[in-house]
Design a protein around this ligand. Structure first.
Ligand SMILES: NC(=O)c1ccc[n+]([C@@H]2O[C@H](COP(=O)([O-])OP(=O)(O)OC[C@H]3O[C@@H](n4cnc5c(N)ncnc54)[C@H](O)[C@@H]3O)[C@@H](O)[C@H]2O)c1
Length: 296
């Protein structure tokens, strides 16, 4: 396979094998043939790649991990929710995929270092990292206490930094890799009352851009997803902070010009785009998957 045929080990010939082909007998008829052996595998976007997903036990991380596995990746699932990790790993393995679970607090340097070392020991490479672990605390700057502020930044910003800090080392050595972080549409357009979380998401957006510049020459792309309100446990928990949760949920829906909140699978499809070679000339981008929230 030439270097043009393969980037990050993904066969670019995917999809060239139509199942409907002109008959070998030149009688002008088309025949439907069964798929060639391996044709399905050749079309996978992350075939044989090793993908780490933090926050993989729930929501956007879980949906992305399932999609990456369906696209041929070997998954490393990181989360502090061990029951959720086990469920996602079982789902992936039931469909013939491979998954390694790493129960960890993403804000721990030791656990990030040991987790990445364990991945390299098992699979010897890291091609994709999606940092989806996150937490939202709520509050305004006059009420947020120091501990809540620090915890929000420890999970969202430090956790993102730590997993990238360790996982990018083998990517630098391989001169290849795709890193996807998760910010939020709120970093650009906020209805308020979530100051620490929104500040942390702005930090992730800025960090993503500067990492993209720093590591472009090393063959590593770094991009951020900026979701709108997505139907996961995180906003469901946030709703409990409001006096009238139903009114707030209705506001969230209408605040998106598309008139609804998003589904984790819709963000997962954007994560796959940024993780695979479909986005081979995309780096430093903040990709809003927000139903138009930030468009007005
Ligand atoms: N759902 C939304 O509306 C929305 C919108 C914009 C951005 N985001 C971001 O998307 C990402 C995923 O969120 P989600 O909506 O899927 O939420 P979620 O609550 O379903 O998933 C978050 C996951 O992160 C894990 N996690 C939290 N703290 C951790 C820690 N210290 N160590 C390890 N794991 C930890 C949780 O256990 C959970 O499995 C987050 O970064 C979030 O800020 C979500």
């Amino acid at each position: 396979m030439s270097s043009i045929d393969s980037v990050h080990g993904v066969a670019l010939s995917a999809g060239r094998g139509p199942e409907v082909r002109r008959s070998a007998i030149t009688d002008g008829h088309f025949v439907v043939r069964p798929p060639r052996p391996g044709a399905k595998l050749a079309a996978m976007k992350l075939k044989d790649q090793v993908a780490i997903v933090t926050g993989a036990a729930s929501g956007i991380g879980a949906a992305s991990a399932r999609l990456f596995a369906a696209e041929g990746a070997k998954l490393v699932l990181v989360d502090q929710d061990t029951a959720g990790l086990g469920q996602v790993a079982a789902d992936i393995e039931a469909k013939g995929g491979r998954a390694l679970t790493i129960p960890a607090d993403v804000s721990s340097d030791q656990q990030a270092r040991e987790g990445v070392a364990g991945v390299l020991e098992k699979w010897g490479r890291i091609d994709v990292l999606l940092t989806a672990a996150g937490a939202s605390t709520g509050g305004t700057v006059d009420t947020i206490e120091e501990g809540a502020w620090d915890r929000t930044f420890a999970i969202n910003v430090k956790g993102t930094y730590l997993w990238i800090h360790y996982a990018i080392q083998p990517m630098i050595a391989a001169k290849s890799g795709a890193i996807v972080t998760i910010g939020s549409q709120l970093a650009q357009s906020s209805p308020g009352k979530n100051a620490a979380y929104i500040a942390s998401k702005g930090a992730i957006a800025s960090l993503t851009k500067t990492m993209a510049v720093d590591h472009a020459a090393q063959g590593i792309r770094v991009n951020a997803l900026m979701p709108g309100v997505i139907d996961t446990p995180m906003p469901a928990k946030s709703l409990k902070r409001y006096a009238d949760p139903d009114a707030m949920r209705a506001f969230w829906k209408l605040r998106h010009p598309m008139g609804r909140i998003g589904q984790p699978e819709e963000v997962a499809k954007a994560a796959l785009f940024l993780a695979c070679d479909d986005s081979s000339f995309v780096t430093g981008t903040l990709l809003f998957v927000d139903g138009g929230w930030t468009a007005h």
